[in-house]
Design a protein around this ligand. Structure first.
Ligand code: OXD
Ligand code: MN
Length: 597
């Protein structure tokens, strides 16, 4: 079948032969990632209406795509970890028996490429040739997937050269089928290095390098091989003397991860010579270096960012990144100048426009309280943009050894309980802080303010095995990192009694990051509280901020009664996670309760 295959790897050829026989395409195309091939695929997608070529003067090499209306987001309810036993997947994952899953999925996939082309995408998560990196092959029948993968991952035959005859690669089969919600399945088989995704065409479900591989499969591999795959941004802070210190940070969705990763320092810090460099906005792979420090690589090659709310104030760097080589998904098409628009971009919605569903759109009908029904752009509409086009991309982005991590930061959206920032007592206590991470729903999202959803390490939908074992892996890793990063928790979302945010957020978050780094360097003292160390007000750089000392004290306040209430919810969650919760976590919980009195 493959007389002209760009590899002789027997495991690759055997898998492809088998799967291609199953899906039965008319034609097979190997993706080499070259500019010529990408250009030809764009033209083909435009000729069938799969993509729309945008104004090439204003948005060079940018395209628009609309998904099916029933296919606009990741589907956690239809995402399965197909480990040999339900216990291995754990109570926070959906589980399916692997042999039953294969049988069902192969039945759905059978002949589903008939009349279509099979695209074989060899890709690397992480820079090719780095000891951090891992290879994958995705077989897909979607040009949209091919073009997105060419942005989000490193695609090319050099991946196959670097793989050689090794069997250490992740198999990914994607079949669009009929985009039938009832038969949509996103299945991970961690023990088999395999992902099968059927009946979706939406990013997070079908760009198999991202959540499926770089988090679910990789978290499993990390545990087996002694490293970590985390839902974390990576950023570098450059000091006026040129030193750069790196921070990784995990936040649940809708907490501003991409914004923090591309932060613009407040004016007075910029004037002093501080800079922020983005290494990644979503995923970090972490390994212990020869010097005993923890090193981070961003396995991705681009950003799959949420468009609504992105503007030249909230995130000018992200906006600039999308000005070329970008695929926009489910945003508004402005017909007058053939560009794109989304809610929150600016106050000038296009008059002559098509909404994300492909219908004429009247911006006057937009109702903020009913966004999903009246918005021009879907609330989860996206841009897929190349990291190298980001104005603040780090010079270490392609580093094969990664960047040394000084601090790990966890965070969530908490109206009250969590202070602006606190430092954990040590690694084990920091892992505990990650395990109890939570975010509160907003009124807009659910109608009920303050409903806590526990999202440990922001990994609840992404751990490829039992959550309790994942926590145990965190604790074990701490023992293997002689110079471990310090672990912190932040909360940008504390509110006053009227529900108004009291911390300005965005660029001003840098003030908190600088305190965190000062703590890592042992440069400042702190106040010990029952949950950890909080800053002394005088150690925060507050120049140019219109906030009085009483408000800062309120932001840093640790209220034992709120925490005692939270512990009730934490215990329920620990019970849900069940027998696999490591004893160390219960020790930490008991110690916290004792300190709270
Ligand atoms: C997410 C994403 O859902 O990054 O976390 O898309
Ligand atoms: Mn994410």
């Amino acid at each position: 079948m493959f007389s002209n295959a760009p590899t002789k790897n027997p495991t690759v050829l055997a898998w492809l032969e088998d799967k291609i026989k199953l899906v039965n395409p008319d034609k097979v195309v190997w993706i080499d990632g070259s500019d010529e091939q990408i250009e030809a695929l764009r033209a083909e997608a435009c000729s069938t209406g799969e993509m729309i070529k945008l104004n090439q003067e204003l948005l060079p090499d940018c395209y628009l795509h609309r998904t099916a209306v029933n296919d606009v987001a990741r589907v956690e309810g239809r995402t399965f970890i197909c480990a040999p036993t339900k216990e291995e997947a754990g109570p926070t994952n959906n589980w399916m028996d692997p042999s039953e899953a294969y049988e069902m999925l192969y039945d759905i996939a059978k002949d589903s490429y008939k009349g279509r082309t099979a695209y074989i995408i060899p890709y690397s998560m992480g820079p090719v040739g780095s000891p951090f990196s891992k290879a994958g092959i995705e077989l897909t029948d979607s040009i949209y997937v091919v073009l997105n993968m060419c942005i989000m991952t490193r695609v090319g035959f050099n991946v196959l050269d670097s793989l050689g005859d090794s069997n250490d690669w992740v198999r990914g089969l994607h079949c669009r089928c009929d985009i039938d919600e009832e038969k949509r399945y996103i299945c991970q088989f961690p023990q088999d290095n395999t992902i099968i995704s059927v009946n979706s065409g939406y990013g997070g479900n079908v760009l198999l390098g991202k959540k499926c591989f770089a988090l679910r499969i990789a978290s499993y591999l990390g545990r087996k091989e002694g490293w970590m795959a985390e839902h974390m941004l990576i950023l570098g802070i450059e000091y006026p003397n040129g030193d750069v210190k790196y921070i990784t940070a995990a936040f649940p969705s809708a907490c501003g991860k991409t914004n923090l990763a591309m932060l613009i320092p407040p004016e007075f810090l910029k004037n002093k010579g501080y800079k922020v460099w983005c290494v990644g906005d979503d995923i970090a792979w972490l390994r212990v270096g020869a010097d005993g420090r923890l090193y981070a690589v961003n396995p991705e090659n681009g950003f799959f960012g949420v468009a609504p709310g992105t503007n030249d104030k909230s995130n000018p760097n992200a906006l600039a990144t999308t000005m070329r080589d970008t695929i926009f998904t489910n945003v508004v098409h402005d017909l007058d100048n053939n560009t794109v628009w989304w809610e929150g971009l600016n106050d000038n919605p296009p008059v002559n426009a098509i909404d994300w569903k492909g219908n004429p759109w009247d911006y006057r009908k937009y109702d903020k309280n009913n966004k999903a029904a009246t918005a021009g752009a879907h609330p989860n509409s996206r841009f897929t943009a190349l990291a190298k086009n980001c104005p603040c991309i780090s010079s270490e982005f392609n580093s094969t050894v990664g960047v040394p991590v000084s601090a790990i930061v966890f965070g969530g959206r908490r109206a009250k309980t969590a202070p602006l920032v606190y430092q954990s007592f040590n690694w084990q206590n920091g892992a505990f802080v990650g395990s109890i991470m939570a975010s509160e729903t907003t009124a807009a999202a659910s109608g009920a303010v303050g409903v806590v959803r526990r999202d440990p390490m922001a990994m609840r939908p992404f751990v490829g095995y039992n959550m309790g074992d994942y926590w145990a892996h965190w604790i074990e890793m701490g023992k293997k990192i002689p110079n471990a990063p310090k672990i912190f928790h932040v909360n940008w979302f504390r509110t006053d009694d009227n529900g108004n945010f009291i911390w300005p957020g965005f660029g001003d978050n840098m003030r908190v990051l600088l305190w965190i780094l000062d703590r890592c360097e042992g440069k400042v003292d702190a106040v010990e509280t029952p949950i950890g160390y909080v800053p002394k007000v005088e150690d925060l750089q507050l120049e140019g901020l219109d906030i009085d000392e009483a408000t800062i004290k309120e932001l840093l306040r640790v209220e034992p009664d709120w925490w005692k209430e939270d512990i009730v919810n934490i215990k329920e969650f620990y019970e849900l996670v069940g027998d696999h919760v490591p004893a160390e976590m219960y020790e930490e919980l008991a110690a916290l309760e004792k300190r709270l009195g």
